[in-house]
Design a protein around this ligand. Sequence first.
Ligand SMILES: Cc1cc2nc3c(=O)[nH]c(=O)nc-3n(C[C@H](O)[C@H](O)[C@H](O)COP(=O)(O)OP(=O)(O)OC[C@H]3O[C@@H](n4cnc5c(N)ncnc54)[C@H](O)[C@@H]3O)c2cc1C
Length: 479
Amino acid sequence: MGYSPSQNLEPQTQTQPHLLSTSPSSFSGTMQPIFRNGPDSDTYEKARTARLFNARIPARYPTAIVLARDERDVTEAVNLAITKHLRISIRSGGHSYASWSLRPHSVLVDLSGLRHCELDQESGVVQVSPGITGRELSDYLAERGRTFPVGHCPDVGLGGFLLGGGMGWDQPNLGWACEHILAVDLVTATNDPKLLHADAHQNSDLFWAARGGGPAFPGIVTKFHLQTFPAPSVMRSSGYVYDIIEYTEVFGWALEITAEFEDSIEVVAIGSYKDGIEHPCITIALIASSNDEEHITTILEHVDRMHPPYVKSRWYNQDTTLSEQFDLKTKAYPKNHRYYVDNAFVRNDADVASVLERAFTSLPTRQSLALWTSLVPLSRRPLPDMALSMQSDHYFALYAIWGDGSRDSQCMTWVDEVMEGVARQSVGSYLGELDFRSRNTRYWGDGVWERLMQIGRKWDPESRICGCLGLEGFLNPES
Ligand SMILES: Cc1cc2nc3c(=O)[nH]c(=O)nc-3n(C[C@H](O)[C@H](O)[C@H](O)COP(=O)(O)OP(=O)(O)OC[C@H]3O[C@@H](n4cnc5c(N)ncnc54)[C@H](O)[C@@H]3O)c2cc1C
């Protein structure tokens, strides 16, 4: 069958129980890269941009784009890069805010055509392609009574999400998503590209790097082997919306309730504009997932009794589903908008409410968001030996979101200025939700960057994989 690039740019529907879309065999090895200087500039531009989440699309142009459908295409893409003396950039879901997949002098390997998803019911291990989205995996598992901590926004690709660490649903119970990677299959970017399996026993250095190395991972992951969990029987939500003038009291309350939790409930403070309200609001939202309905109700009741007065709207202990929560996130993070984001792990001993006050109270547009979430108790336990190595009790992310390009400078300056203050009280940042070029901070613990570079020199000696945009040339990004 002929290779139609546009086919792969459209969302694909489930046609078989184990393959979320067409069989890889339909490609039959006839790779047709789309070249920047080729005859069809519209096709090239669509392949370059159509799957990018951030509408602030950089003027970075890969030399060629390969819309891969199977591992062989990926290997051929590496061979193309070797032959043409190009580097390799990678796209799974296209959700990197800084559009890391767009790099000059590169072959962009777009993995959206790899559509494998297969659960082994006995072991609970799912094998899944990196271009599958969080919602696709979640829906597939839900039908089979299983769950996995996928990202909060439904369309985020598993590739970038898992390699970066992955802050997913039910994180307090399930931890970092990358902790549940059991193995990865990958194509190396070496002169003789190979399809390898990496786990705790074989190619264990690659397995270590796949869990938190992010764009520093020195290969192209074509499949993840993930441990899934029995789906919890109950998911409940409570929420409290206040005018921003109540910020100090409300934030103090959120800190108080999270500090006393022994149980794992997701607690988030959101600074945002609400329909029909002129000023920004602060919302405290709680999501509880468990098999013990009575226990959850007791905790949410306890929290509800303590909530500060003057609440503008409130919902309490409501049944909810992941699907419903995905829909809310889709609304909160609109497509076709311009984004500039940054984040920080705020120090455990900081006066968190004061540190974040400017962010919550000065949002530059009605779509923008400030978000704090407690990582307790997850942050109190040691992490396994893996590249992901940065966390604190308080995760904070700042999203300037706007529609009109003429506001770029205003919105980006706002994020940079607010983060300058926050950074002074932080221990580092999560590499999944930022642009490395905006400021220098710590993304990993001591020695991790050096180890990543060492693994990179072994598995990608020609430095073909484009890597971390903005960290090139840094021997130690922490200094
Ligand atoms: C609206 C929105 C919501 C988000 N919510 C969350 C959230 O809840 N939790 C969270 O943790 N993060 C979240 N993120 C951040 C997200 O996880 C990262 O941006 C992630 O990199 C996106 O993955 P992707 O595959 O979609 O991105 P892509 O842009 O396709 O990939 C980003 C980079 O990751 C590397 N990469 C991707 N796939 C592979 C692969 N198969 N092999 C080797 N390298 C690869 C490449 O360097 C690539 O350029 C969110 C982002 C957005 C835009």
